[in-house]
Design a protein around this ligand. Structure first.
Ligand code: KDG
Length: 344
């Protein structure tokens, strides 16, 4: 039994420890249990940082605020859980921004391909006023958006063939890859432009869809691919970095309104602190995950600048179609923030 445990517990990366919890203990304003659900699994940076969020609340409320974390889509998918927040049947969820564009259309700016050239630029954008206004724009929807954090750069994986070009996605003599996407129209447009057959699907259904051959592939950060064991059903990976996806940590407005203002302030502070921690370990985890995937037999294709440029060119129609919809001004503002980091 001990041996099999050893095998099940995959090696884990060396991640920074969460910062010590400091700050005053908040006065007694009653007890609350907060239930938070999301799609990723126990090993993920998202999960680890949500545990840190729980610890901050618990310690600083002397146990009066407790957080129950439900990973693995146990309570539903991103879209369903946001609806549960609106009706007050769930307190918190933590989806990709891409799942929330029907609430705040500006969030779709993050779905534009090859928009954010580096993590540094992406993080600067997440901390900008423009990003804060996107969180504020949830007001009135039944959802209180607390903070952005990092899902990360999305990479293509598939079970059919190595992919180094849009032609490999589209297939010349063979059919185009069937690629699962999030339920987001910009993502659909990206994979259509690349000649794939995009198939939107909830994250929780993805592993078995790949196992059964319903889809050939999917796209997610290396850390998600590893913590979801996708390498068991995906032989090929390509470092496309085609989209940088944030997460949005959010609470039901009904839950928020029930909390004493001191508790609200604590929740908001803990959300920011745990997001900062998540962003830190997400990068550490992602590098390690790529190595691990290779060690476990995934053949990963790294793309040089010219190869990336070919992908960029192929997805230009996505900008033509979506930029007017998302807002040329917003896109320019985000690009400017990103460029200010690159120029540093
Ligand atoms: O916990 C987050 C997941 O529910 C989901 O948002 C992950 O990027 C994701 C995907 O591909 O669905």
């Amino acid at each position: 039994a001990i041996l099999s445990l050893g095998i099940a517990q995959a090696q884990s990366p060396e991640l920074s420890a969460p910062p010590a919890i400091d700050g005053e203990v908040v006065g007694d304003h009653g007890s609350h249990t907060i239930r938070m659900g999301f799609g990723l699994s126990e090993g993920s940076p998202q999960y680890l940082s949500s545990r840190y969020f729980a610890d901050i609340l618990e310690q600083r409320s002397e146990g009066r605020l407790t957080v129950q974390v439900f990973p693995n889509s146990q309570l539903g998918d991103d879209v369903q859980m946001m609806e549960m927040l609106q009706t007050g049947t769930l307190d918190m969820t933590y989806p990709s921004s891409s799942a929330a564009t029907s609430y705040v259309s500006e969030l779709a700016v993050f779905d534009l391909p090859f928009l954010l050239p580096s993590r540094e630029a992406a993080i600067e954008v997440l901390q900008s006023e423009a990003a804060q206004s996107m969180l504020d724009a949830f007001e009135g929807s039944g959802i209180k958006a607390l903070t952005f954090s990092e899902n990360g750069y999305r990479q293509l994986s598939n079970s059919a063939r190595p992919v180094a070009s849009p032609e490999d996605v589209a297939g010349l003599d063979v059919r185009g890859l069937t690629v699962r996407t999030m339920e987001n129209p910009v993502h659909l447009a990206i994979w259509e432009a690349l000649g794939a057959n995009p198939t939107p699907m909830a994250f929780g259904e993805l592993f078995s869809a790949m196992e059964q051959g319903v889809v050939d592939g999917q796209e997610n950060p290396w850390s998600t691919i590893l913590t979801s064991n996708f390498q068991e059903v995906q032989d090929y990976g390509s470092e496309t970095r085609h989209v940088y996806t944030p997460f949005v940590m959010m609470m039901s407005e009904r839950t928020w309104d029930r909390l004493h203002p001191d508790y609200q302030a604590l929740v908001q502070e803990a959300a920011r602190q745990s997001a900062a921690y998540e962003i830190q370990i997400s990068a550490e985890y992602d590098d390690w995950a790529r190595e691990q995937l290779e060690e476990r037999g995934m053949q990963i294709t790294r793309l040089d600048d010219a190869q990336i440029a070919a992908f960029q060119e192929a997805v230009q129609p996505v900008y033509e179609e979506w930029a007017p919809e998302i807002g040329e001004e917003l896109i320019a503002e985000i690009q400017q923030i990103a460029a200010s980091v690159a120029d540093d």
